[in-house]
Design a protein around this ligand. Structure first.
Ligand code: FAD
Ligand code: N01
Length: 535
């Protein structure tokens, strides 16, 4: 086989399609029993995208984007999963996907210049190239709370939600965590359950989504100029086409700032963070946005102490992924919802009957862990990956992940990572970043076909320079000021480095295009045996 792809989320699906276009033979190995990745696993109530669906979708095929109709501004998980299935069927991808197949290890056989993958069932799969499309947010993380296993009721993780319907009617439910997943799930669970207790360690900033049914005119306006708008989005920092304000928050007066924030709060969604150009680089500018959101929280939440507890104060707004909700803060006005502030009274243990904090025990029938992921590196390091001389990726990344362009790590020939650490990935519209990485890898493989190269590998100096550059760019922003999963802080013992590339999707694309135009500068190629003999 020319290539093996691990993962059948959007990245793996598009990669397979592109490889077929190059005339290459390829197979996807996928742990789940269907396609969809994130949208297969995250079936919790309220799950939906926060990039508008007209943009959170593939752009590579015009007929696809013209034909597909989204029912809402921000589609919910079942619809996005239907879309992933449609893509798999439309491009006849399933015949090259092996489901229920988890990869345990991948080892580079230097003599044969082949990757040998071993599945958890003990099968071996061999290919020249190995493409990891394993996802940035696919390794779900359960917290190490003492007594977790002792709980007698039902437990769930948002990122591993059951496929059967979960009915919380009449139950006392606890949600642990207040990140994006919890903030989406809490309003829905509150409506269903007898009582909902939310255990919050760190409050997050959330912007109302103002989600609504798709407006026909809005859809038509996008579809009339789809190619042009997608092209434009690719040049932007986040890969999302929404109104950007080029002004600093500090160069307008307080009244003008208030107008801008109010308009964006009413519009809904992550465009709030584009209210001014310097919200993520200037603390004083950031404070104005954070203050505005805290005022909205206090205006919505009636109980003073609850409102205070919900107001984030320990990180600049946007430096943890901004959340987008449907009625999140309003939910705390319900009589059947209690917020427990773990900063005052930390969780001591999970007991057979509920959760115990310093203040007492909360009796529960079900616990929802909305405790996130071992992001960006978790799925990759969940496999034992060994490159040249048997050196492992875990060793190479002992001090934090390093990869040239976030695509290839030195010492791992023919091993590619789609949206790997060091690329814009999670800081962007992931569909834009996935398509860009897949296209780059496909172009690189076409270049190898044309030049008769057997292997490609990132040059050590190029990797070092890229990692240094990515680190410097991050330091110019406020992001490193937050204890976020971007920094690896949520996983005990994980090296704390800012993992995604924050230079922006447009800038990153320009850099990659320049590198490709210069014959894939920074990558080292070895010729195939036949080419070497001919030379
Ligand atoms: P994934 O969809 O994560 O797919 C990876 C696949 O690899 C999975 O199916 C997994 O089972 C498989 N896999 C992993 N390891 C192995 C192994 N060892 N063996 C076999 N298979 C393996 N991004 C946005 O841009 N906008 C959004 O609105 C947005 N919303 C999100 C909402 C949620 C709840 C979450 C969790 C993430 C969201 N994201 C969003 C990020 C989202 O992960 C990406 O948009 C995108 O779906 C990632 O696609 P992917 O194919 O790269 O990875
Ligand atoms: O995970 P998270 P997530 N005791 O890591 C808490 C994408 N996404 O699944 O902050 C108590 O953000 C933890 O507390 P703290 C998006 O990129 C997008 O919600 O560590 N609490 C935190 O509150 C997002 O950023 C959407 O103090 C504990 C929470 O659990 C990413 O996925 C929707 C704890 C985890 O929050 C991850 O989001 C969903 C403990 N021991 C996801 N351990 C969209 O809307 C952890 N926590 C597009």
């Amino acid at each position: 086989m020319d290539a093996v792809i691990v993962g059948a989320g959007f990245a793996g699906l598009y990669m397979l399609h592109r490889l077929r276009g190059l005339g290459m033979t390829a197979t996807i190995l996928e742990a789940a029993d269907d396609v969809g990745g994130t949208w297969y696993w995250n079936r919790y109530p309220g799950a939906r995208c926060d990039v508008e669906s007209m943009q959170y979708s593939f752009s590579f095929d015009d007929a696809l984007q013209q034909d597909w109709r989204w029912s809402e501004r921000f589609a919910a998980q079942p619809e996005i999963l239907r879309y992933a299935r449609h893509v798999a069927d439309r491009f006849d991808l399933r015949r090259d996907i092996r489901f229920d197949t988890r990869v345990a290890s991948a080892t580079f056989d230097e003599t044969a210049a082949l990757w040998r993958l071993r599945t958890t069932a003990g099968e071996e799969v061999v290919a020249r190239h190995c493409i990891m499309a394993t996802g940035c947010l696919s390794a779900a993380r359960l917290p190490d709370i003492p007594g977790r296993e002792s709980f007698r009721g039902a437990t769930y993780h948002t990122g591993r939600w059951p496929h059967e319907p979960v009915d919380f009617t009449g139950l006392r439910v606890g949600v642990i965590g207040t990140g994006s997943s919890a903030i989406q799930a809490i309003p829905v669970i509150a409506e269903q359950s007898a009582h909902l207790t939310v255990f919050q360690r760190t409050p997050n900033f959330s912007i109302p989504s103002r989600n609504r049914a798709m407006d026909d005119d809005y859809e038509a306006s996008w579809k009339a100029r789809y190619a042009e708008r997608r092209r434009h989005a690719r040049t932007l920092r986040t890969g999302i086409d929404y109104p950007l304000n080029p002004l600093s928050a500090l160069e307008v007066d307080a009244a003008a700032r208030e107008r801008e924030y109010t308009a964006r709060w009413e519009r809904g969604g992550t465009a709030f963070m584009a209210s001014f150009s310097d919200l993520l680089t200037n603390q004083a500018a950031n404070d104005t946005a954070a203050d505005f959101v805290r005022r909205q929280i206090r205006a919505i939440v009636q109980d003073r102490a609850t409102a205070d507890a919900l107001c984030p104060t320990n990180h600049p707004i946007g430096t943890k992924r901004i959340c987008v909700d449907s009625g999140y803060y309003e939910t705390y006005n319900r009589r059947n919802v209690t917020l427990v502030d773990l900063r005052r009274t930390p969780i001591e243990a999970i007991t057979p009957d509920g959760v115990r904090t310093g203040e007492g025990e909360y009796a529960l029938d079900a616990i929802v862990f909305a405790t996130g992921f071992d992001a960006m590196t978790g799925a990759l390091l969940g496999m034992e990956i060994a490159g040249r001389d048997g050196a492992t990726l875990a060793r190479h990344w002992a001090a934090g992940p390093t990869a040239y362009l976030g695509l290839m790590a030195t010492g791992f020939p023919n091993l590619f990572m789609i949206t790997g650490p060091g690329s814009p990935s999670v800081l962007s519209n992931m569909m834009v970043s996935i398509e860009q990485h897949v296209d780059f890898v496909a172009d690189l493989l076409a270049h190898m076909q044309a030049s008769g190269a057997a292997t490609v590998e990132a040059d050590a100096a190029a990797e070092d320079a890229w990692v240094r550059h990515a680190g410097e760019v991050a330091q110019r922003t406020l992001y490193p000021h937050a204890n976020s999963w971007y920094m690896g802080v949520n996983i005990p013992g994980k090296p704390q480095v800012f993992m995604p590339y924050i230079g922006g999707v447009g800038t990153y694309r320009e850099i990659c295009d320049g590198i490709a135009a210069r014959g894939f500068e920074g990558f080292r190629f070895t010729p195939s045996a036949s080419r070497a003999a001919a030379e």
